[in-house]
Ligand binder design. Sequence first.
Ligand SMILES: Nc1ccc2nc(N)nc(O)c2c1
Length: 373
Amino acid sequence: MAVKYELIKTCAQTGARLGRLHTPHGVIDTPTFMPVGTQASVKGMSPEELKTLGAQIILSNTYHLFLRPGHELVKEAGGLHRFMNWDRPILTDSGGFQVFSLSEMRKITEEGVQFRSHINGDKLSLTPESATQVQNALGADIIMAFDECPPYPAEYEYVKQSTERTSRWAERCLKAHSRSHDQALFGIVQGGMHADLRKQSALDLTSLDFPGYAMGGLSVGEPKHFMYEMLEETIPYLPGNKPRYLMGVGSPDALIEGSIRGVDMFDCVLPTRIARNGTLMTSQGRMVVRNAKYTNDFGPMDPECSCYACRNYSRAYIRHLIKADEMFGLRLTTIHNLHFLVNLMVQVREAIREDRLGTFREEFFEKYGMADN
Ligand SMILES: Nc1ccc2nc(N)nc(O)c2c1
């Protein structure tokens, strides 16, 4: 089996579970957070720095690599691992979501999606078959079915039609998935914010027996409690011996809440994106290091953090670099934010092992300050 999930234990206090995901490029301890390297690079990070901060698996995007440099070039280079010199697991998203968040002039039909490149305006298309073949060429360990992520909010009838089409597309992806590669194709459950559509989508996809299941169509602007409700409505219909991946999530609170509800994998651009405007996730909550109040602050960004940036540089120095538009400043804030989330998942796994994730949640929220950050 290309990718195999091993359930280690379930937390006695919550629905969280400790697992190990075996892949051709190594084993991943779950629950895990995947740094996002959309264009075959986690912005500003070297593979060595990612390994030092503890990244177990990273994500890249089919849409972006299909447009530039093209999947044939990546294949010619020996595949994504070789191309970007990353020898640990990689997951690629399938492109549907990115088409909708990036390109103009897109048109959905039963066949697939037609769109214009956001780079040069070329008329392009992606179908379940072509998106799967592109991912086979890129060579990630885990690839995603081609789906539509319905906008939020959306009419019930639209979400119903879209979700049923996504299930038909999933079957087409399975048929197109070349078995010659050691890659695992994960299905993506849709259904918007409707429990009945979520259940039907999960039943449709699990009848196709994928090696793993993602929950898409969430973290699209809905209130977080909707997202948590949809997890609770979906996960009971997913098999316990397969990994569950919540796409596009996220913030420290959402990673804890998702883990408590049985999610094993997360990805989000949040830590790297906010790092680039000088916003940090710290044990005391969010901090904007470019604020004037840190001008003469010679302490570390986060006193409780053991990352390279916090061990060697002060708030004053990092604030100066960002104000002076020095690249190194954003590299340091990125290193810190990624380490913060990767390390948060280390603590989540320890809490599950010791059956105290519920208690950990209370303690973390007390210090971090609750809600959406
Ligand atoms: N919030 C997100 C993020 C990424 C997604 N990727 C796919 N393929 N589908 C979705 O519904 C997503 C949702």
